[in-house]
Design a protein around this ligand. Structure first.
Ligand SMILES: Nc1ncnc2c1ncn2[C@@H]1O[C@H](COP(=O)(O)OP(=O)(O)OP(=O)(O)O)[C@@H](O)[C@H]1O
Length: 232
């Protein structure tokens, strides 16, 4: 697995610089920050899906050939709105049936679900279908936009374990965008903390959680773990 480098990703709106960051993705990187810190803009810029009113410039990106929907796939935040409710799941897979069956089996989904419409599935099942669709092109980099937000704690945990298993089997890198430190640390090896569009701290996630250098990182950790006694 190559390390993916993103060098000076800059997003502007008129005179204002909304995002200006560089980061490396080894196996898995969590981009963590509060609401409005620039996480979604960063993902959209990588996908080439930014609002045209915004300026975007990426000085350099390397590590693999960037092709949206082929080498680069997105697991969106909300599985309920990601799929067309009036189209059977099988007609939203866009890959041969044998490959859909293989992915469904890897994801622990019953093949009978392929015949159903999205509203006939649970939130956890829908999220796994969305992951199956994203993995259909065998991407090199999987972008994850808070994909566990809509799930209950047990489904959240099993989704994270599943993503790690799939990564081992299918060999892709992950960029996980979230404000949730506990999910970030459960899924990723590295972290980049983002504040107002700038990287303020990065490193191996376990080390950053154990000894954060920045008060902002500390506040994110406290917000997530304090009540559960994580650090005591
Ligand atoms: N089209 C736009 N034009 C101008 N400013 C924008 C636009 N889109 C986003 N912004 C601003 O850029 C900043 C970063 O927004 P972004 O959506 O990336 O935040 P975020 O970290 O993903 O937040 P959340 O966790 O709430 O999704 C915010 O201040 C937002 O108001």
């Amino acid at each position: 697995m190559n390390t993916i480098h993103i060098d000076r990703l800059k997003i502007t709106h008129k005179e204002e610089v909304l995002v200006d960051i560089s980061f490396d993705i080894r196996r898995s990187l969590a981009l963590v920050g509060q609401s409005g810190s620039g996480k979604s803009l960063t993902l959209k810029a990588l996908l080439g899906l930014l609002d045209p009113s915004l300026g975007v410039h990426i000085e350099k990106r390397c590590g693999f050939e960037w092709k949206r929907g082929v080498t680069l796939s997105l697991v969106p935040q909300n599985p309920f709105t990601a799929l067309s409710p009036l189209t059977r799941i099988k007609d939203q897979m866009f890959i041969p049936k044998e490959e859909s069956l293989e992915l469904f089996s890897l994801l622990g989904l019953d093949e009978e679900l392929l015949e159903r419409f999205p509203p006939e599935l649970s939130g956890g099942q829908l999220q796994r279908v969305v992951v199956a669709i994203a993995l259909g092109s065998r991407p090199k980099l999987l972008l994850l936009d808070e994909p566990t937000t809509a799930l209950d704690p047990a489904s959240k945990e099993s989704m994270i374990e599943l993503l790690k298993t799939l990564q081992g089997k299918m060999n892709f890198s992950m960029l996980f965008v979230t404000h949730d430190m506990s999910s970030a640390s459960a899924l990723c090896e590295d972290i980049c903390v983002i504040y107002k569009g700038r990287m303020i701290e990065r490193g191996i996630i376990e080390e950053v959680i154990r000894a954060p250098k920045e008060p902002y990182t500390q506040a994110l950790i406290d917000a997530e773990f304090k009540t559960r006694g994580f650090r005591n």
